[in-house]
Design a protein around this ligand. Structure first.
Ligand code: PMP
Length: 439
């Protein structure tokens, strides 16, 4: 486990590379719910990596499936060719998704899934003779990846501003968090009316210019903002009224994070399109997917007009990569055999109790949580975002990895975590966030 000494050549994303070189944080090994640093220190994984590893790290079953697939069929082009495993995986996913969402397109990252979903929306409307529907709606503080489509949808202004000359036309709605919801465990009772922003946008911009509305069912990257009761239902009704497609970006919430396979099932609202990634392969191999209905797929197919033309000029070299498909199938087997979505639901009350027990600590200004996903809002410092990075570093030094986003921490343990792991997580959080000063 050697620490490299030359940090010049690898350009890291979302990182101030100069600062990183001075104080690098690294993991060299992982097993179960723990990472090991190059120095041999153990760090408890409080964020499933980056919401990727509900089944824990180093799963032998996935490694074996990957190896077997590599030696059987390591690669097949996805254009005019396919591998048997991709059909098997699509069928398995159709069985997990809400009824009706049973047509699956594969890509390699959440960002690719989001851009694919945008193109499906645009092609769908064009096929219906509504090609003028080219605008999208998303939410303030939403995150939908960093390809140009996702950058356009980005509700974090910093992620979008510098690219404003080349981004797509997106109108942003308000986020659902409000002061009166502070310290709400589960779904807030108030705030459903914020969905009416969508109706307002339809009136202001003309509903017939809008292709679709993208939301994360639980807004992840702002630090876990849970939809108020009735909010998603209202979005669904408005989308139906105005002929917009509703897209749930389940890149974080998919595969059990809410205690159900998908958040759309937990909240009882079915979108037209779902995007997923991360936990699809338990983080082991990059893979993502977009699921939609047969009716939408049929309409998109009709856009081709004649037999020689593709329905949709879209697809990636690594779409439905056989090795990724094999990793995903092995992952879904683990989720099923170990009943991990049920386990997430069963573990959630103890997890959320631990999180909400942090309520009176000096560094904490709000707590939010649902299922196995929680947000800890930190009492802000003078400079926005500074507290988040200080806290995540102090927690890392104390032996806990969690994702910081602005001045919030996102906690998302693996579903294989034991109660003792959650206790240890609580101990470290209490110790560090209980300090009057984090610097
Ligand atoms: N959508 C959501 C909701 C996400 O949280 C993320 C990644 N955190 C993405 C899209 C982008 O996924 P990726 O980084 O795999 O491109």
């Amino acid at each position: 486990l050697a620490r490299p000494t030359n940090f010049d050549h690898h350009w890291l994303p979302f990182t101030n590379n100069r600062m990183f070189r001075e104080t690098p944080q690294m993991f060299a090994k992982a097993e179960g719910v723990r990472y090991l640093t190059p120095e041999g220190d153990t760090v408890l994984d409080g964020s499933s990596g980056l919401f990727c590893t509900p089944a824990g790290h180093g799963r032998r079953e996935i490694a074996d499936a990957v190896h077997a697939q590599l030696m059987t069929l390591d690669y097949t082009p996805h254009f005019q060719r396919a591998a048997p495993v991709s059909f098997e995986l699509a069928e398995r996913l159709a069985g997990l998704l809400p009824e009706g969402l049973d047509r699956v397109f594969f890509a390699s990252s959440g960002s690719e899934a989001v851009d694919s979903a945008m193109k499906i929306c645009l092609t769908y409307h064009r096929a219906k003779g509504e090609g003028q529907r080219t605008r999208f709606v998303s939410r303030n503080w939403g995150y939908h990846g960093v390809n140009l489509g996702g950058t356009s949808l980005a509700g974090m202004v910093n992620n979008r501003r510098e690219f404003s000359g080349v981004t797509c036309d997106v109108v942003h709605m308000r986020q659902t968090w409000s002061e009166e919801q502070r310290y709400t465990q589960g779904q807030p009772e108030t705030g459903a009316e914020l969905a009416d922003d969508l109706e307002e946008i339809c009136r202001t911009y003309g509903a017939d210019t809008i292709a679709g509305v993208f939301v994360e069912p639980i807004a992840g990257s702002i630090g876990t903002v849970v939809p108020p009761k009735g909010y998603l239902e209202r979005l669904r009704a408005i989308a139906d009224r105005y002929g917009l497609l509703l897209i749930f970006d389940e890149v974080i919430t998919g595969f059990g994070r809410t205690g159900a396979a998908f958040a759309s099932q937990a909240f009882g609202v079915t979108p037209d399109i779902v995007t997923m990634a991360k936990a699809l392969t338990n983080g082991a191999i990059p893979m993502s997917a977009v699921a939609t209905t047969a009716a939408i797929q049929d309409t998109v197919f009709a856009a081709a007009g004649d037999q020689d033309r593709p329905e949709l000029f879209h697809g990636y070299t690594y779409s439905a990569h056989p090795v990724a498909c094999a990793a995903a199938l092995a992952t879904l087997d683990i989720y099923r055999d170990e009943k991990l979505f049920e386990r997430a639901a069963a573990l959630s009350p103890a997890f959320l109790d631990m999180i909400f027990g942090l309520r009176n600590l000096p560094q904490v200004s709000d707590l939010r949580g649902y299922g196995m996903l929680a947000g800890i809002q930190l009492a802000p410092a003078d400079k926005p975002g500074a507290k988040g990075s200080l806290a995540q570093r102090a927690l890392f030094d104390a032996g806990l990895h969690v994702k910081a986003t602005g001045d919030a921490l996102i906690v998302a343990p693996a579903f294989v975590s034991g109660e003792d792991d959650l206790e240890q997580m609580g101990d470290i959080l209490r110790r560090v966030l209980g300090r009057a000063d984090l610097s």
